[in-house]
Design a binder for this molecule. Structure first.
Ligand code: BT5
Length: 321
């Protein structure tokens, strides 16, 4: 009911909508309309009411609403099914569960707040209620498992392009899964899969984006490492628009990838990468290697030439530039 009511206000942007019209569209009594309006107010929405005119939405609450995302979508399937939580442990957990239960490709899980956001290797992903985007996308490509790192890189390109379209900002990609602005982390990507030895059943792509955080919204451990769109732009931005823009870019690139492979995606990735063509430290599970990042392979593996001229294939690491 709340979603339906918000949809009515979205369709009437700044105008008043009469209580009568709302009650007809929702199929409920005027008293029930009044109760739903009251509920929205309790959720942080600012609504003006005027005799004989009805209600007008002045300011939204701090949630992200599925219909607001859907309004911005130009996709054929990605994001058509959205599961939204005001609060959940991790959108990755829910997406895995939905995938096991047979969710279709393109189903997206979005949360306004995550209490157990995950990074790679058991690390934490921090987000503050109402300020960030935490979403997980379910995919079902016919791919051998070793190709899945390509999808992390494809996602990074989609995020950079989506952010540029929705907000005008230019970001860099740091292999394999970070989006940076001025060297600070804006977005983290986590790609997980459910697979048999030779076949992927589903891939869950988690995207955590810092959007409307201000300096003090970040926990002390990441305050100096992290940035947000609002910090870069100097004002808050609409998270639903950003989600839609990223999903739109994602579907275009993903369709291209499924049809023509990684060859067309790689130059797009390289164009935004700050970790290729330069000297870097790569911290893997076993060692730290210093060398020249020569490029990425067809599978998205980083090629790092050490000081003795040996080329290492890096599958997973943290990079310091
Ligand atoms: C990542 O891991 O960057 C992947 C983050 C993926 C988060 C999304 S949100 C939706 C979905 N649901 C989840 O539960 N997860 C995914 P990694 O490269 O391991 O980076 C983790 C490190 O980044 C942490 O150890 C911190 O140092 C730092 N970090 C944590 N939260 C951050 C934030 N909000 N902004 C910038 N850096 C952060």
């Amino acid at each position: 009911m709340k979603e339906k009511l918000l949809k009515i206000f979205a369709e009437h942007s700044d105008q008043f909508v009469s209580g009568e019209k709302i009650s007809q569209q929702l199929g409920c009594t005027r008293t029930a309309v009044w109760k739903h309006i009251d509920e929205l107010r309790k959720n942080g929405y600012e609504l003006e009411s005027a005799p004989r005119k009805g209600y007008r939405l002045i300011r939204k609450g701090d949630g992200i609403h599925s219909h607001e995302v859907k309004v911005g979508l130009t996709t054929k399937r990605i994001g058509h099914e959205i599961t939204y939580f005001d609060e959940t442990d991790s959108t990755q957990y829910t997406a895995h569960k939905l995938a096991q239960e047979g969710a279709k490709e393109g189903h997206v899980v979005i949360a306004n707040e995550q209490t157990k956001g995950k990074g790679r290797l058991g690390r934490q992903w921090f987000s503050r209620k109402g300020t960030s985007v935490s979403m997980s996308l379910i995919l079902r490509p016919e791919l051998p498992p070793q190709k899945t790192p390509q999808l992390t890189l494809l996602t990074a390109v989609s995020v950079v392009r989506g952010l540029k379209k929705a907000t005008g900002i230019d970001c860099d990609i740091k292999w394999p899964n970070d989006i940076l602005i001025n060297g600070k982390k804006l977005v983290g990507i986590l790609t997980e899969m459910q697979a048999d030895p030779d076949r992927v059943n589903s891939i869950i792509i988690g995207i955590g984006m810092n959007i409307n955080q201000h300096h003090d919204d970040f926990t002390p451990e990441i305050r100096e490492l992290a940035t947000s769109v609002a910090l870069v732009k100097g004002k808050n931005v609409d998270r639903a628009k950003i989600i839609a823009a990223v999903l739109n870019e994602f579907e275009q690139l993903y369709d291209l990838y499924i049809e023509r492979g990684f060859d067309l995606i790689r130059p797009l990735w390289e164009a935004h990468s700050v970790s290729v063509g330069t000297f870097i430290y790569a911290r893997t599970m076993r060692e730290v290697i210093y060398g020249f990042a020569k490029g990425i392979t067809e599978d998205g593996v980083l090629l790092l030439e050490d000081e003795k001229g040996k080329v290492h294939e890096i599958y997973s690491a943290d990079i310091e530039i």
